[in-house]
Design a protein around this ligand. Structure first.
Ligand code: ADP
Length: 886
């Protein structure tokens, strides 16, 4: 192997320190990647893989131009990779030997703050966890674009970590190398997240002030790991980081990640869009900060009634004051994203345009305060007490920076005249010089009599006088000195012209330099305001969200929810906030929900598409809305404060993750049964549907009994197992309701009205009738149903079944191959026809000679995928088979 070139040596040394990142190695106008990095990047970015060197020593290489590198970097970051940016840190012209290079920043999915890489209305969190010997886990999330730091302590259960990571939408997780690999595997299975490592958790003096309010050492340690990682990767000032704020993990209404998805709180299940999710309806915010705050609220509804009531009180004030509210919203529309502006100030990359945005935003604050005061002085005090005034900063920005500055901060044209004497002198010199040159053209035309003579400028020769070839002869001898010959013209200079030129260029160079210095000092000055502006941003965001709540409450006729210490639910005329907006106006059928003593659980029956799951989701969304301090879509709503919401609301999309739908159904139900308390809300939709009928009914019944006797949470349970409705005879807290449907000229009409009591008939056969199934089929089906239902009566109704008993019974039922003992037989069913149907058929096939047609039919029945049939489709099949046998 040939010897390494010095540059390659340098590359390999740097790469060795950044194994987990793509090393973007600056070579002139390109960032180059080598070896493995090059091969992988060429694939991911679809760029050409080339090579350096020859034969065996050829090194794979690819590169991207420095000026368009951003878009390539964004693509890699989006895919979860990290990038170490290695720049030339000395001027190549003066470098002796290889130009010195250093990694100046490591871009990672969680730490990027660049505009195209992060969402405007979302926080962009990087997270870190630290495991402590007492089995607790410190969890922190930091948004580098806004400076927010939030820390909490979690228990040992990886689900808790996954829950926090999901609600933070974390892209990156920082851990120490000795963190439990078991837990890490579970996290990686559940989420797409970049894992980074940081071993250092020692204190950094520079940031010590951020942890003053944290009493527990564990929380501080959690922060220090994050801080060390940020310092190591960002390699620049992080003085916009806000004081670390502790939030108790159990101070929010807990909604596990499946339930969050199922309820479509922040995005729809199918296409992950905001439109169609709860937040799509609630987001009436006019600032990006407000949008982010709303998202946080929806992800974390509160448990503290006092804070919820404070928010509702504010919404109430805003509803009462329509005009002031609209005016306030108009003012807020003109407030820019203060949090992110401040982030850029602290980062040192804010430009003049953004400082003007800051100035304009700050100028709006007194107007906002005045409007609030007009509505309610206390409210104004609540939002603005203890806030700094920004007059001096506004004055400074007003005096120094022009209204429409360029984006670049290094090319001048930013600072106002009159702000700095020296700058004005240079500017005058430049302006005067230019005027002299402009006048020169006129003067020389008169003197020489050449009308086409002109004065021009180019970067190589500076200012010149140009005369066309045709006129050169009429130039007075010796008047100008020739500088350049073109095809059709000659270019000249004069000593005086060069003198002025030197003056202009000198002044301009000094001007640009001085402007940059002045701008940098203004930017530095603005840094003092980082903390108060962050506080201001928080108030503005909350105001924005609450103004939005008032707007939506008024537009959509929401009402203020009341919280009852009696712990019952009483909703009159409740609506689903999203469904009511997507169906034609006025078509939504409002429904009541009552859950109280002796009515803690509702068993909901009704045909498919009747509105069962909408009814259940509606309750959950009303609860979420109430606990974030928003008015709710109902005529009246009295609610307890729920501690957790669990849902199992069908969607076969989990198949993608490799788990069977039924397994997911069971896992989610298990989670609800083991974690729920009396203060929780459980919504179970069609539990047991994913397995065979008897299995399904048995499980559904056992689950209902367990919740009824042991968990005692408020529960809605929807089912198409009509048989379960008789459970209410034995379970005193269970009531039947059904969603009504009727018939109109041969069509099923869903009334979507939830009515007390069980549905009076089985809907499968009903729908079959409406579909004009041949009479003999439906009649036979009716008869069979009665027989089956009679058989079902033998299922024991265990009002006080022991949980252990239930568990072992479930286990037995799901092991049908074991020969059941006598008492098991009684529990499973006296009439095991269906469970052993196929076995019987095998026997049938062996014993009796079947006709060819019958054999085919048996084959078809065997192959039938029962789990994916609707009752109606099943009926159709039976009809076809019967017909084929006639
Ligand atoms: P199910 O769970 O009983 O199969 P869904 O709750 O999915 O039925 O409802 C089916 C459709 O019926 C919904 O997509 C919605 O368009 C409509 N719907 C449900 N509830 C109502 C209602 N209360 N008012 C008007 N339309 C409704």
């Amino acid at each position: 192997m040939a010897e390494q070139t010095p540059m390659m040596k340098q590359y390999l040394e740097i790469k060795a320190k950044h194994q987990d990142a793509f090393l973007f190695f600056r070579l002139g106008d390109f960032y180059e990647l080598f070896h493995e990095d090059a091969i992988k990047a060429a694939q991911e970015l679809e760029i050409t893989l080339t090579g350096r060197g020859k034969g065996e020593d050829r090194i794979p290489m690819c590169g991207v131009p420095h000026h368009s590198a951003d878009s390539y970097m964004t693509r890699l970051i989006e895919k979860g990779y990290k990038i170490a940016i290695c720049e030339q840190v000395e001027d190549p012209a003066v470098a002796k030997g290889v130009v010195k290079r250093e990694v100046v920043r490591i871009l990672t999915p969680g730490t990027v703050v660049e505009k195209g890489m992060i969402q405007e209305k979302e926080n962009h969190f990087i997270t870190s966890i630290t495991q402590f010997p007492d089995q607790t886990i410190g969890f922190i999330r930091t948004d580098l674009s806004t400076g927010e730091n939030e820390v909490t302590l979690l228990g040992d259960d990886p689900q808790e970590i996954i829950q926090e990571l999901t609600s933070s939408k974390a892209r990156e997780l920082v851990v120490s190398a000795d963190f439990s690999s078991d837990k890490l595997t579970k996290i990686k299975e559940a989420l797409t997240i970049t894992i980074s490592y940081e071993e250092d958790e020692s204190e950094l003096t520079e940031y010590k002030h951020l942890v003053h309010s944290l009493e527990q050492k564990k929380l501080q340690t959690t922060f220090w790991r994050m801080c060390q990682y940020l310092v190591r990767t960002q390699k620049r000032s992080l003085n916009h980081l806000q004081a670390v704020h502790y939030y108790p993990a159990n101070s929010y209404l807990k909604i596990d990640r499946h339930s969050k998805r199922n309820l479509e709180l922040t995005e729809t299940l199918r296409d992950k869009k905001k439109q169609g999710a709860l937040i799509g309806v609630l987001d009436q915010t006019v600032t990006a900060m407000g949008g982010r705050m709303l998202k946080k609220w929806v992800e974390q509804p509160l448990l503290n009634q006092t804070i919820i009531e404070q928010r509702l009180d504010t919404v109430h004030v805003f509803i009462k004051h329509y005009f002031e509210r609209e005016e306030l919203r108009d003012e807020l529309k003109q407030v820019y994203d203060l949090e992110r502006l401040v982030g850029r100030i602290a980062y040192g990359n804010v430009n003049a345009r953004e400082l003007i945005q800051l100035k304009r935003s700050l100028m709006k604050i007194p107007v906002v305060q005045a409007l609030l005061k007009e509505m309610d002085a206390e409210l104004e005090a609540h939002f603005f007490k203890g806030h700094t005034t920004y007059e001096s900063l506004i004055e400074k920005l007003e005096a120094s920076i022009i209204e429409d500055p360029p984006v670049s901060v290094k090319d001048g044209g930013i600072i106002k005249s009159g702000f700095h004497q020296e700058l004005d002198i240079y500017r005058d010199a430049s302006v005067n010089g230019k005027r002299w040159i402009a006048e020169l053209e006129q003067k020389e035309r008169q003197v020489t009599g050449i009308k086409t003579l002109k004065v021009g400028y180019n970067k190589v020769f500076g200012y010149y006088i140009e005369v066309t070839k045709a006129n050169v002869a009429s130039l007075p001898e010796g008047r100008y000195e020739r500088k350049q010959t073109l095809t059709n013209a000659e270019r000249y200079i004069t000593p005086e012209l060069k003198e002025k030129e030197a003056m202009i260029l000198g002044a301009e160079e000094k001007m640009v330099e001085l402007e940059y210095q002045l701008f940098s000092s203004i930017r530095e000055e603005a840094k003092q305001y980082v903390e108060p502006i962050q506080k201001l941003a928080k108030s503005i965001s909350e105001l924005d969200v609450l103004l939005g709540f008032a707007t939506i409450a008024e537009n959509k006729h929401y009402i203020r929810p009341l919280f009852s210490s009696k712990k019952h639910v009483s909703i009159i005329g409740g609506r689903h906030p999203v469904v009511e907006t997507v169906i034609p106006k006025g078509d939504y059928v409002a429904n009541d929900v009552k859950l109280e003593t002796e009515r803690e659980m509702l068993l909901i029956t009704g045909p498919n598409m009747a509105g069962k799951s909408t009814y259940m989701r509606q309750l959950a969304l009303i609860v979420v809305m109430a606990q974030i301090g928003c008015y709710v879509p109902a005529e009246e709503a009295e609610l307890p404060i729920f501690d957790q919401i669990f849902t199992r609301i069908g969607a076969a999309d989990d198949l993608a993750s490799g788990q069977s739908t039924f397994m997911v159904e069971m896992l989610e139900t298990q989670y609800a049964l083991t974690k729920a308390t009396q203060n929780s809300l459980i919504l179970l939709d069609e539990i047991g549907r994913g397995t065979s009928t008897y299995d399904g009914i048995a499980l559904a019944q056992a689950i209902i009994e367990y919740i009824h006797d042991e968990v005692k949470a408020k529960t809605l349970f929807s089912t198409h197992y009509h048989e379960l409705t008789s459970l209410s005879d034995h379970l005193k807290n269970l009531q039947n309701v059904h969603v009504s449907a009727t018939e109109d000229q041969g069509h099923v009409v869903f009334l979507h009205k939830v009515i007390e009591g069980q549905a009076d008939r089985s809907y499968g056969i009903y729908v079959a009738e409406l579909a004009q199934m041949p009479r003999p089929v439906t009649e036979r089906a009716e008869k069979l149903l009665v027989e089956l239902e009679q058989g079902m009566k033998h299922i024991p109704v265990a009002a006080t079944v022991e949980p252990d008993q239930i568990a072992s019974d479930i286990e037995k039922i799901s092991r049908p191959k074991t020969k059941p003992s006598n008492d098991e037989v009684e529990f499973i069913h006296e009439e095991p026809e269906q469970l052993s149907l196929f076995k019987e058929m095998d026997v049938l096939e062996e014993r009796s000679p079947l006709s060819k047609k019958e054999k085919q039919l048996v084959k078809k029945i065997k192959e039938l995928d029962i789990l994916h049939l609707t009752p109606f489709e099943a009926m159709q099949k039976v009809y076809e088979w019967q017909k084929s046998l006639k």
